[in-house]
Write a protein that binds this ligand. Structure first.
Ligand code: PEP
Ligand code: MN
Length: 349
C-alpha cells in the first residue's frame, strides 16, 4: 500500500498497542508523543488500544514509534478524518439518548413538526407520535429560513414547549442550535443538539459543541461532500464529544422535481468509512410528503440507523415545510410499513 502525505507533508497516523501492552507501556508512549508537541486520543478496546496522534504528525518522526514496548503496529491513515474512521474504531459507535440507542442494529424514528408553532400544535403532535411508537420528538425553535420574512421560530418559548412535551410523553427532544451564543440555552432543553445543514461547516459552532458531553445530530450540508461531512464530525469528536449521529438530508443537484436529491449511497458508504451512526431525513431529502414513506423504507434497506420525519396535523396550515410534512394517517401507515420492513432487515422499531 502506497502511503501519501497531504500537501503539508503531514501523515496522519495511529499506533496500535498489542494485547500484552501494559498501562505503563501505553502511558510511556503517550508521554513521549506529547513531549514532541502532539496530542493523543486513546481508545481502549477489549484486546487492543488504539492511540491516535493528533496535530502535525511530522513531529512523530523524531520518535521510533515501532520500537516502543507494547507497540504492535504503526498505521498511517490515508484519509483526512481519523477519529471518526472505521480504521480507528472497528465497532459501531452507539449513541445513547436516555434509554434509546442510536447505532448498531437499532432503527430509530424521530418525528415531529418542522417548527414548534404553539403549545397546542406541539403537544398534539407529541402525543400522536408517542402513541405511534416513535423514539424521539423533533421540532425547531430556532429555524434557519431562506427568507428573513419567513417564520423564524419561537426561540426560548419554543424550547419551553418542547420541554412540556418531553415531560408529558417522556420522548427525548431533538432541536436545532443555530448559533454558538445559544448553545447554553438550547442545551438546557435538548436531549440531542441538531446542527442544521446550513451550519455543517460553522467551525466555531462545531468546536464549541465538541466541548460538550451531549448527543449531536449533524446534518449533511446542502452541497457538502461525504468527506466534508465526516470532517465536520471530526471537529466535534476531536474536541472530546464522541456522541455524534450523522444525518443524510439530501444534496443540491440539477433536479428540480425534488427539493434536494437524497443520497442514499452516502449512507452505505459512510457505514464503511465511519463507525458513527447515520440516519436519514427523507422529508428535507425530497421535500415532498408522498416520497417520505418509500424513501424511509429505502433508508432502512440501505442500512441507516433511523429516519427523521416531519409530521403535522394540518400541513396546509404549517408555518414551515408543509409540502413535506406527513399527516397523521400517512405517518401511521409509514410506521406500519417500517415495522413490516424491519422484520426483513432484522431491525426493531
Ligand atoms: C430541520 O431539520 O429542521 C432543517 C432545517 O433541516 P436542514 O438543516 O437539513 O435543512
Ligand atoms: Mn423543515
Amino acid at each position: 500500500m502506497e502511503v501519501v502525505a497531504d500537501e503539508a507533508g503531514v501523515l496522519p497516523m495511529m499506533v496500535i498497542m498489542g494485547q500484552d501492552a501494559t498501562d505503563e507501556d501505553i502511558q510511556h508512549l503517550v508521554d513521549k508523543v506529547k513531549s514532541v508537541g502532539l496530542d493523543v486520543h486513546v481508545s481502549k478496546g477489549q484486546f487492543k488500544t488504539v492511540i491516535g496522534l493528533l496535530g502535525d504528525t511530522r513531529k512523530a518522526r523524531e520518535l521510533p514509534l515501532s520500537a516502543f514496548q507494547g507497540v504492535e503496529k504503526v498505521v498511517p491513515i490515508l484519509k483526512p478524518f481519523k477519529l471518526v474512521s472505521r480504521e480507528f474504531k472497528r465497532e459501531d459507535t452507539i449513541v445513547k439518548v436516555g434509554d434509546i440507542a442510536v447505532g448498531g442494529n437499532s432503527f430509530v424514528v424521530i418525528a415531529g413538526p418542522c417548527a414548534v408553532e404553539n403549545e397546542e400544535q406541539l403537544l398534539d403532535i407529541a402525543r400522536f407520535v408517542k402513541k405511534a411508537g416513535v423514539s424521539m420528538l423533533r421540532g425547531g425553535a430556532f429555524k434557519p429560513r431562506s427568507s428573513p420574512y419567513s417564520f423564524q421560530g419561537l426561540g426560548e418559548e419554543g424550547l419551553k414547549i418542547l420541554e412540556m412535551a418531553r415531560a408529558e410523553t417522556g420522548l427525548p427532544v431533538v432541536t436545532e442550535v443555530m448559533d454558538a451564543g445559544d448553545i447554553e440555552l438550547v442545551t438546557k432543553y435538548a436531549d440531542v443538539l441538531q446542527i442544521g445543514a446550513r451550519n455543517m461547516q460553522n467551525f466555531l459552532l462545531l468546536k464549541e459543541i465538541g466541548q460538550l458531553q451531549k448527543p449531536v445530530l449533524l446534518k449533511r450540508g446542502l452541497s457538502a461532500t461525504i468527506e466534508e461531512l465526516l470532517m465536520a464530525a471530526e471537529y466535534i469528536v476531536s474536541g472530546g464529544n464522541s456522541q455524534v449521529i450523522l444525518c443524510e438530508r439530501g444534496i443540491r443537484t440539477f433536479e428540480t422535481y425534488t427539493r434536494n436529491t437524497l443520497d442514499l449511497s452516502a449512507v452505505a458508504l459512510v457505514k464503511n468509512l465511519s463507525h458513527l451512526p447515520i440516519i436519514v431525513d427523507p422529508s428535507h431529502g425530497a421535500g415532498r410528503w408522498e416520497l417520505t414513506e418509500p424513501l424511509s423504507i429505502a433508508s432502512m434497506a440501505v442500512g441507516a440507523h433511523g429516519v427523521m420525519v416531519e409530521v403535522h396535523p394540518t400541513p396546509e396550515d404549517s408555518l414551515s415545510d408543509g409540502d413535506q410534512s406527513l399527516k397523521y394517517d400517512s405517518f401511521q401507515t409509514l410506521m406500519q410499513n417500517l415495522r413490516k420492513t424491519g422484520e426483513v432487515f432484522k431491525k426493531e422499531i
